[in-house]
Design a protein around this ligand. Structure first.
Ligand code: F6R
Length: 246
C-alpha cells in the first residue's frame, strides 16, 4: 500500500488526475473503474483539462462504474449515469458506447446484476479503479454487513449513506433506499486501486479501513488485501495517523 499525503482536495485531485493520465498514455485502451460522489469530481475536471491541453486522449478507453440508484434512469439528474455524463463523459472523448453503469431502471433486478457481472467479466480486469470512501466505510455501495459480497448485487442503503447523499436530492425522502452495486471481486482483481479521501470527517474511517481488522463491518478494510493500492488523501483525512507517518 502506498499512501500519498497531500495538502488539500485540489492537490489530491491534481495528483489523481496525473496518475489516470499516465495510465491512459501507457495503455490507451485502459479499462477505468469509476466512482461518483463528491470526492472524484475534481479529478474528473482535471482529466478533462488534460485532454483539452492535448496531453491525452480517452478515445480508446472503456469504463465501468461502481453503482447506480435503483429506479433512477439516465434522464434523472440524481442518477449516477447523469452525474457521470455531467462531470466527465460529456467533457472527454471516450465513446458513449464504451461507458458502462448498472441500469437503475431494469425491472429484473437479478437479471441486471447478472448482466453487469457478465459485462465486467468480458472487459476485465479493470486497469485502474478509482474509489471514494463512505462515512461508514463503504466502498462502491458495499455497506457494512456480516459478509463480503463478490458480485453485483442490490443493497439496502444504510441511514448514514442516505444522510450523506441527501445533498444531491431536493428532499431526504427522495433518496432511493436501494442501489445496484459492484461487488468486491472486480475491485480486488483490479490491476491498480486508487482510493481518494478528503476531509476530517473521513479521518476515523480511513484510519480504521487501512489499519484496523479486515472486516465486512468496515468494507473498505478489504483493500488492505490488495497488492497494488494507492491512497491519495489530504492532511485532514490522514489526521488520525501518527504525526510524521508520511
Ligand atoms: C460512489 C460510491 C461511493 C462513494 C462514497 C463517498 O460511486 O461508490 O462509495 O465513493 O459514498 O462519497 P463522497 O465522495 O461523496 O464522499
Amino acid at each position: 500500500m502506498k499512501i500519498i499525503a497531500v495538502s488539500n482536495y485540489d492537490e489530491m485531485s491534481r495528483q489523481a488526475a496525473e496518475l489516470v493520465v499516465d495510465q491512459v498514455k501507457k495503455k490507451p485502451t485502459t479499462l477505468l473503474g469509476l466512482a461518483t460522489g463528491g470526492t472524484p469530481v475534481g479529478t474528473y475536471t482535471k482529466m478533462a483539462e488534460a485532454q483539452l491541453r492535448g496531453e491525452v486522449t480517452y478515445a480508446q478507453c472503456r469504463s465501468v462504474n461502481l453503482d447506480e440508484y435503483m429506479g433512477l434512469g439516465p434522464e434523472n439528474p440524481a442518477s449516477y449515469r447523469y452525474f457521470m455524463q455531467d462531470k466527465l463523459f460529456n467533457h472527454i472523448d471516450i465513446l458513449p458506447e464504451n461507458t458502462h453503469l448498472p441500469s437503475g431502471t431494469n425491472p429484473d433486478a437479478a437479471g441486471e446484476c447478472a448482466r453487469y457481472d457478465a459485462l465486467i467479466d468480458s472487459l476485465a480486469p479493470i486497469d485502474l479503479q478509482i474509489l471514494g470512501l463512505g462515512h461508514n466505510g463503504h466502498i462502491a455501495f458495499n455497506e457494512p454487513d456480516d459478509h463480503f459480497v463478490a458480485g453485483t448485487h442490490v443493497v439496502d442503503l444504510g441511514e448514514a449513506t442516505i444522510d450523506a447523499n441527501q445533498r444531491f436530492f431536493d428532499r431526504r425522502e427522495d433518496v432511493p433506499r436501494q442501489a445496484f452495486t459492484m461487488g468486491m471481486a472486480p475491485i480486488l482483481q483490479a490491476e491498480h486501486v486508487l482510493l481518494l479521501v478528503s476531509g476530517e470527517e473521513k479521518a476515523d474511517i480511513l484510519h480504521q479501513s487501512l489499519t484496523g481488522p479486515i472486516t465486512p463491518q468496515v468494507p473498505g478494510s478489504i483493500l488492505q488485501l490488495h497488492g497494488n493500492l494507492t491512497v491519495i488523501a489530504d492532511k485532514a483525512a490522514l489526521s488520525k495517523f501518527p504525526i510524521g507517518s508520511f
